[in-house]
Design a protein around this ligand. Structure first.
Ligand SMILES: CC(C)(COP(=O)(O)OP(=O)(O)OC[C@H]1O[C@@H](n2cnc3c(N)ncnc32)[C@H](O)[C@@H]1OP(=O)(O)O)[C@@H](O)C(=O)NCCC(=O)NCCS
Length: 322
């Protein structure tokens, strides 16, 4: 008799069916991957996920092969929008077929949520090639993004440049948060990043985005010390901002950099970024990362000019019109 091929297809189950013990080996591996590929300490996020699993409040899907969890994706719903918060298939099982199986189940699950109109995701841990077919492609827009990094030595060697506009650069304080929300929505009007993240399109959306950055650990721990604001001397209004966070004890992340359209190309972006980098180095960072959409060539030129180098490319996926 011919030998039976032992290629069990994984099964998709809801995350609610899992215990912390089921998910733990995968989370342990994922922590290592974040550290290796992004110098990012994923342990606090993993702790938070464990707590949500414990109270059966983590929504999404897992891939099970035999008895072990080989992949998972969770999502959160914000009104009519679903956000895929994390997506990871274990190294040994990370074939495009498995990844697409998990992604397809997650997107379909979200599409079936009553009132759902839009699904956003940024899949930093995806291994499948970017040019391969994604699930529900009729409703999908894909924007590729770079993960970039600069080291401490390059950051501290940057020369100071006086912006060609009269501004004061100040450390972040909460009282500017509302003005920064206005700045963000003005800076991203018609911008590719507001296709990826619709929070950039409105002032309430930008407020929500900022609250998440400042209060919650999804993008690391917000660093008040390394976040810098530019205030226009003429108007007294906020005209630029660079926000930063700590993603591990030795690495920082730029979570936001934007300048009012009327004041661009005056070296304000450069100087805000330089000052944030120096402050992150002061806080103990040996490297600083950021993500940027591949088509955002002005920003990429700025980042490359200060020494950022691309380490990874990953997709930002948006499903709409389903
Ligand atoms: C990206 C952004 C922050 C740059 O800020 P800025 O104040 O205009 O940039 P700077 O004047 O400091 O530019 C510094 C360098 O960046 C490059 N650069 C910036 N804008 C450029 C443009 N429009 N064309 C060509 N090069 C540009 C140049 O290399 C420039 O150096 P130089 O002045 O010696 O030629 C600004 O364009 C912006 O707010 N864009 C919208 C939001 C955004 O995309 N943020 C980044 C998200 S990851």
């Amino acid at each position: 008799m011919a030998a039976r091929l032992d290629v069990a297809l994984p099964e998709v189950v809801e995350l609610g069916a899992l215990t912390v013990r089921d998910l733990d080996p995968l989370l342990a591996e994922e922590i290592g991957v974040w550290e290796q590929r992004f110098a990012w300490d994923f342990r606090p996020s993993a702790d938070l996920l464990r707590r949500f699993v414990q109270i059966q409040s983590l929504y999404g899907y897992a891939l099970i092969s035999r008895t072990s969890v080989i992949g998972y994706a969770y999502y959160v719903c914000e009104g009519r929008k679903g956000l895929i918060g994390d997506f990871y298939v274990r190294r040994e099982f990370a074939t495009p077929a498995h990844e697409m199986m998990l992604l397809g189940a997650t997107v379909q699950g979200l599409m079936l949520v009553s009132g759902m109109r839009r699904i956003e995701s940024q899949l930093m841990l995806l291994r499948a090639p970017l040019n391969q077919p994604f699930p529900f492609s009729r409703h999908l827009t894909r924007h590729d993004r770079y993960f970039m990094e600069v080291n401490r030595e390059a950051a501290i060697a940057l020369p100071a440049k006086t912006p060609a506009v009269r501004v004061k650069l100040l450390p972040w304080t909460e009282r500017y948060q509302e003005e920064i929300a206005h700045l963000v929505s003005a800076a991203y009007r018609g911008h590719v990043d507001s296709e990826i993240n619709d929070q950039y399109r409105t002032i309430p959306g930008a407020r929500h985005f900022l609250t998440n950055i400042v209060k919650y650990p999804g993008c690391g721990n917000f660093s008040q010390h390394a976040s810098v604001i530019a205030v226009d001397d003429n108007t007294g209004r906020v005209c630029g901002v660079c926000l930063a966070s700590l993603v591990s004890a030795h690495s920082g992340h730029i979570t936001q950099l934007c300048i009012l359209p009327a004041l661009r190309q005056a070296r304000l972006g450069y100087e805000l970024l330089r000052q944030s980098l120096l402050r992150l180095v002061e806080a103990g960072c040996t490297s600083v990362s950021l993500t940027v959409t591949c088509s955002n060539v002005d920003a990429i030129r700025l980042y490359e000019s200060v020494g950022f180098r691309t380490l990874n490319t990953f997709p930002a996926l948006v499903w709409e019109g389903f």
